[in-house]
Ligand binder design. Structure first.
Ligand SMILES: [Fe+2]
Ligand SMILES: [Fe+2]
Length: 169
């Protein structure tokens, strides 16, 4: 997207959050297995790409500049979301509990986004007070996002990879 206006890191990540919130809303209103399956796949793809660019680029840039606990908790929340994302990707909306899993995932994401966006106390607000170059970071995030989207679309069955979980199940 060559002519897309450049966004700083926080604007880009917030825009991703809005995209996913909108997809969750559409899922809630959706009727029909196929429509739900399409939306669930989009939700999972968006979340996997977003989590990975934060983990690879954004969170490491903030390490040592904001509280470690805040970054650690964010990563653990991502991992817990990835477990649910992998469940959704392995299942279909015909299954019992599928809608409930989507709903619970949306609630987890809502909480996580609040931690990132909270006014003055949130991670993004804290990032703004550091000397991190958010414009340069935004470009890096955008480039990696395009790359990952293409990769994930080419390999839709590859599960998300939790980074901190040592045991699952
Ligand atoms: Fe985020
Ligand atoms: Fe996050």
């Amino acid at each position: 997207m060559a002519n897309k206006a450049k966004q700083d890191a926080i604007a880009l990540l917030k825009a991703d959050h809005r995209t996913v919130e909108d997809l969750f809303e559409q899922y809630e209103k959706a009727r029909g297995i196929e429509r739900k399956a399409t939306l669930a796949a989009e939700i999972c793809l968006e979340l996997k790409v977003h989590a990975q660019i934060e983990e690879e680029i954004f969170y490491p840039a903030l390490r040592g500049k904001i509280e470690d606990d805040m970054v650690d908790e964010a990563i653990v929340e991502h991992d817990s979301a990835k477990v649910m994302i992998n469940e959704l990707e392995a299942g279909t909306p015909e299954e019992e509990f599928y809608d409930a899993k989507v709903k619970v995932l949306s609630e987890e994401i809502e909480h996580h986004v609040e931690e990132e966006e909270k006014r003055s106390e949130g991670m993004f607000a804290k990032a703004r007070k550091t000397d991190v170059d958010l414009d340069a970071l935004g470009e890096e995030l955008a480039a990696r996002k395009e790359q990952l989207k293409a990769e994930m679309k080419a390999n839709p069955d590859r599960p998300a990879d939790p980074t901190t979980l040592t045991t699952v199940g």
